[in-house]
Write a protein that binds this ligand. Structure first.
Ligand SMILES: Cc1cc2nc3c(=O)[nH]c(=O)nc-3n(C[C@H](O)[C@H](O)[C@H](O)COP(=O)(O)OP(=O)(O)OC[C@H]3O[C@@H](n4cnc5c(N)ncnc54)[C@H](O)[C@@H]3O)c2cc1C
Ligand code: SF4
Ligand code: SF4
Length: 1002
């Protein structure tokens, strides 16, 4: 039975059940009290885990008011939540979670003239910025998590980011909030005069007859919660102004405690300032009015590289004197992990050598000349202040600057990509001290870490004295947990000594709230308790945060009791330390909850359901492996349901900073699941698609006629669940193998110039061979024109095994891989590459074979396997003169819209493909940031996935194609992407190789 810790009648299953039923009756939104959903909300980006009581997705303000009123009536705590990217455990608790990110995410009003916007709390900060970008405005504070953090959460934590020296904290831009108070009533907190505040609080207005200002107060008792809040806050702010002034940290970069320092008698009172940073402990925001700032006209960066971190920090005060817009630090641990990341390593173009620390200094300015002069001034000042020499790189190009910011913003996630049980965890990651004291403070922190023999990663906001310090701790080990507490204590002493704050932007949560009495002193901490009790007399709003907190070592996600069941895996997970460790790579950072950009995670983007995010899947796997939920282990249906909507797109392998590879984890899971439950017929059919293709090809055109006939499609739909709304692929009797054989004997053999430059193997994957042989022959023509002999790779395994893997048939795929490797390894040993056309098929050799059949043969084949365009791009100098392309004949040929295959984007990137298409003269090549097409092999064919599959494509890909109005050429290297585009838009996309071969000058 879950306990609220309150020990009253409300803390019973019956009470919860009754609450759940009443909520279901009362609200239009969703109510989930089941164990699985609660498990999904039991963690955030912090080190903590607590099962909530239930999860509610409100759709309207009335829903929120009803939820709060009902929870209060039943005596159950509640916890407002956005994306759950909090790092200190703010969004875990034994409470009814109210998740705003699903439905309450709209813009209510946007007034560009007054530079203000009113939004619902669940809107992402990044999405809100996109909405207003056309007006040249933006929200000033810029948390690195903006693409997935909600405005409610940014206010709740009073977040900010790299540009805080210019824009301050989120609360500084908060004009008003509409809230639901703890008793379910509504209120608006906005700027009012002190007189008005007194009136609202039922207090005599100062300076009016009857006022007793300065003497004993005899006001009428408050009539409601709203007025008692005004009444009490006025008293606290005025009566204790000196104590507050004295106790608060001597840095503006602070979010801990309640912001009592925001109220000054000579300035109007705005209670929304108190709500900023209150971590959902006072009331629930249902609408926020924010002030916006103009976007910068232009930016430039100087990247300063130092051999010593302390030397870099010594320059910060001098740099600040020259008014930069940002000064950010990155340390060598971060850069080292970045070098190992497939995506971010490509962006690390701005690092020269192996510096210990980088300072990224940004300036705003109208012209490049102005910015360059500003940066030079900054550099001169820094040289005078530095304790040693440093290197400088100026970056004016926007793309180069974007690389720097991408790496910096991924800092946290990159640090968390560290393998093993020692992780750079957040607990002292948010301290802030006055920047002029930062160098000495960090020197002392290094001493503390040295005394505890603990290395740490350092990065972030040097300009604000707020460095994210992440000591490497193994929370599964009791002495290490004690060490964490000891480091926290020691660092808090230093923070006090340096006049700093424990939380500079990430909040108190469970990690730091228990330190508040020490940081603020008893008097002011007592005031915090009064604030809490005034707003929340029953103590039901996100209890245990900011005041009356448990020990920071309670409720750890990976505590000393954490254990996982051993799993005998089908894949080789040695490099990860086993299957469970691979699952544990998910830190909960929530970047897989971003929408509208990149590919990770298509199922989340289309559903906004936590369960359908990479994080939701990793959390589910971890919960089952560690016994955090009652389950049937790897045969559990709910786990299957959670992983089922993963499209195996591999985007997380690259876009997740921790490189959580959900495709592989899902495949491994499916193998276990089917082992327990048997492999369904449809799974076996799709897994053996090469055999079906072979039969279809031999029996074509009869097979095509049958596959297109209504009765057969109806039968497939009803019996096998193959959705009849999709057309069936065409089978070709004249397969690539046959056409190639004829071409070798026929007149086209003369296409090969003598002597050939070399030989390449072409992978006749099942789709190219049976369904799209024309693409294969286009590749043969192109390669021969380039002067290469093309040989079709023999397929002793019958296929690459890709389709089997995507269906969890790992054992069968291993047999296929073994058979292939036996023949292929000697073929590539002489240095001949294997080129492929269908990305998922070719990249199986590269990404999966080494973990299916570990050993030299797999490594050799993986090393030789290249996407054809990738190989061409790598041979640009040699092939340039050989390959001549003609000009376009018409508009369609001159305008290419390219949609990349997910596996290609994840494992190779789009650069080679775009480079090669860029060889076509007078041709515009535009890549669409389309994410996943939604088809993902057989996923979209499966009846239960059809709607989601189409919804994914409809987000960005279909509108981009429809925007062409039937003109231009759609280019897509993936077989299933082409099928999806064909069925959804009626356009006939081409493979890039068809486009290239079609433009060859013979
Ligand atoms: C990779 C990464 C990078 C980060 N970088 C930064 C950074 O640069 N700067 C920064 O400031 N933070 C950063 N954070 C921390 C975190 O992302 C931010 O605090 C963010 O603003 C939280 O948004 P969220 O939607 O996830 O809120 P949540 O974590 O869901 O909630 C945050 C707090 O707000 C409260 N809350 C949410 N909605 C409401 C509501 N409607 N009413 C009342 N209270 C509410 C919650 O109860 C909670 O206490 C980072 C985190 C990660 C994982
Ligand atoms: S899957 Fe990756 S991006 Fe998503 S929460 Fe986990 S670590 Fe973060
Ligand atoms: S593989 Fe794709 S669909 Fe699956 S979790 Fe990763 S990003 Fe999401």
């Amino acid at each position: 039975m879950p306990s609220t810790g309150r020990g009253d009648a409300g803390s019973t299953w019956e009470g919860l059940r009754a609450l759940g039923s009443e909520l279901e009756r009362e609200i239009a939104g969703e109510v989930h009290f089941d164990e699985w959903m609660r498990m999904l909300y039991s963690t955030d980006a912090s080190i903590y885990r607590i099962m909530p009581l239930g999860v509610v997705f409100p759709k309207t303000e009335d829903d929120v008011a009803a939820t709060v009123a009902l929870c209060t009536r039943y005596g159950f705590p509640m916890l407002p939540r956005g994306s759950g990217t909090s790092l200190a455990g703010q969004t875990v608790g034994e409470a009814v979670v109210i998740d705003f990110s699903r439905y309450m995410d709209g813009v209510v009003r946007f007034e560009p003239e007054s530079g203000s916007i009113s939004v619902q709390p669940g809107i992402y900060l990044g999405s809100m910025n996109l909405e207003v970008a056309g007006s040249g405005l933006m929200f000033g504070p810029d948390p690195a998590s903006a693409e997935c953090a909600t405005v409610g959460g940014v206010i709740g934590n009073n977040g900010t980011g790299a540009h805080s020296v210019l824009y301050g904290m989120a609360g500084d831009h908060l004009r008003s909030v509409r809230v639901i108070l703890a008793d379910g009533t509504r209120a608006v907190f906005e700027e009012v005069s002190w007189s008005e505040a007194h009136r609202r609080g039922g207090l005599p207005v100062p300076g009016t007859p009857g006022s007793t200002a300065g003497g004993p107060r005899a006001a009428p008792p408050p009539v409601d919660l709203h007025s008692s809040i005004y009444r009490e806050i006025i008293r606290i702010a005025l009566d204790h102004a000196d104590a507050i002034q004295e106790a608060f940290p001597k840095t503006w970069r602070r979010v801990g405690g309640y912001a009592l320092d925001a109220f000054q008698p000579d300035k109007p009172l705005n209670l929304s300032r108190l709500i900023a940073g209150s971590e959902g402990t006072l009331c629930t925001i249902v609408e926020a009015e924010l002030g916006l700032v103009p976007m910068p006209s232009g930016t430039s960066l100087a990247v300063l590289s130092f051999d010593s971190m302390l030397s870099s920090l010594a320059t910060v005060p001098a740099l600040l004197a020259e008014a930069p817009s940002a000064v950010e630090l990155m340390d060598s641990m971060l850069m080292g992990l970045c070098r190992r990341h497939p995506d971010y390593s490509r962006r690390l173009t701005f690092v020269e050598g192996e510096p210990e620390a980088l300072l990224v200094v940004e300036v705003y300015g109208e012209s490049e000349a102005e910015r360059a002069a500003h940066l030079e001034r900054l550099e001169r000042t820094a040289r005078d202040a530095a304790e040693g020499p440093f290197g400088v790189l100026y970056l004016h190009d926007q793309a180069e600057q974007a690389n720097v910011w991408a790496v910096r913003k991924a800092g946290l996630g990159l640090l968390m990509s560290k393998r093993g049980d020692h992780k750079p965890i957040p607990f002292v990651e948010d301290t802030a001290v006055p920047p002029e004291r930062l160098r000495d403070y960090i020197a002392d922190v290094l001493r503390v870490l040295h005394d505890h023999e603990t290395p740490a990663g350092f990065y972030a906001h040097a300009s604000a004295g707020c460095l994210h310090i992440r000591p490497l701790i193994n929370l599964k080990d009791p002495p290490e947990v004690a060490k964490m507490a000891a480091i926290s204590e020691a660092v808090s002493e230093l923070v006090l000594q340096y006049g700093g704050a424990m939380a500079g932007e990430h909040g108190d949560g469970l990690a730091r709230s228990a330190l508040n009495p020490r940081i603020y002193g008893n008097e002011v901490y007592g005031l915090f308790e009064r604030v809490k009790d005034t707003f929340d007399p029953e103590g039901l709003m996100n209890p245990g945060k900011i005041v009356r907190a448990p020990a920071m070592t309670d409720s750890l996600r990976f505590g000393p009791d954490y254990r996982t069941a051993p799993v005998a895996t089908f894949f080789d997970f040695t490099a990860d330390g086993g299957f469970a460790r691979a699952v544990e790579m998910c830190s909960g950072s929530g970047e897989c909850r971003k929408i509208g950009t990149g590919t990770m995670c298509p199922s989340f983007m289309a559903t906004k359901d936590e369960k359908n995010s990479t994080r939701g899947r990793a959390n589910s796997l971890r919960a089952v492996l560690s016994g955090a939920v009652s389950s049937k282990g790897m045969g559990d249906e709910r786990l299957h349901e959670t992983l089922d909507l993963c499209l195996e797109c591999k985007a997380c392998k690259t876009e997740c900073p921790s490189q959580v590879d959900m495709t592989r984890l899902k495949t491994e899971f499916l193998a276990h699941y089917y082992k327990v439950r048997g492999t369904p017929l449809r799974v076996r059919l799709f897994g053996n698609i090469d055999r079906l293709n072979r039969i279809g090809s031999v029996t074509a055109p009869l097979s095509n006629w049958l596959a297109a006939s209504y009765p057969v499609r109806w039968l497939l739909d009803r019996v096998l669940g193959v959705d009849m709304r999709h057309s069936m692929p065409t089978f070709h009797r004249r397969t690539l193998e046959k056409q190639y054989a004829r071409s070798g004997r026929g007149p086209r053999a003369s296409d090969v110039p003598e002597p050939a430059r070399g030989t390449v193997w072409l992978l006749p994957d099942t789709f190219t061979n049976y369904n799209d042989p024309g693409i294969g022959m286009a590749a043969v023509r192109l390669l021969r024109a380039a002067g290469y002999q093309v040989r079709l790779l023999p397929m002793p395994g019958g296929s690459s095994g890709r389709a089997m893997l995507s269906k969890g048939m790992i054992k069968q795929a291993r047999e296929v891989a073994r058979a292939n490797l036996e023949v292929w390894a000697p073929l590539v040993a002489v240095g001949i590459p294997i080129l492929g056309l269908e990305p998922s098929e070719l990249l199986t050799l590269r990404d999966e074979y080494p973990v299916l059949v570990p050993g030299k043969a797999a490594d050799a084949v993986a090393g030789a396997a290249l996407i054809l365009e990738e190989w061409l791009a790598g041979m640009e100098d040699e092939l340039g003169p050989a390959l001549q392309f003609r000009s376009p004949r018409d508009y369609d040929e001159a305008h290419l819209l390219v949609h990349g295959h997910c596996h290609l984007k994840a494992l190779v990137g789009m650069e080679p493909l775009l480079t090669v298409l860029g060889w076509l003269p007078q041709t515009e090549v535009k890549e669409v940031d389309s994410g996943c097409c939604g088809m993902a092999g057989s996923f979209g064919f499966e009846k239960e996935h059809y709607d989601l599959s189409m919804a994914i494509g409809a987000q960005r890909l279909f509108p981009a194609i429809e925007g062409l109005n039937g003109r231009g050429t759609v280019v897509a290297p993936g077989t299933s992407c082409r099928q999806q585009i064909r069925d959804a838009t009626g356009r006939e996309p081409l493979h890039p190789v068809e486009v290239l071969a079609g433009r060859l000058i013979n």
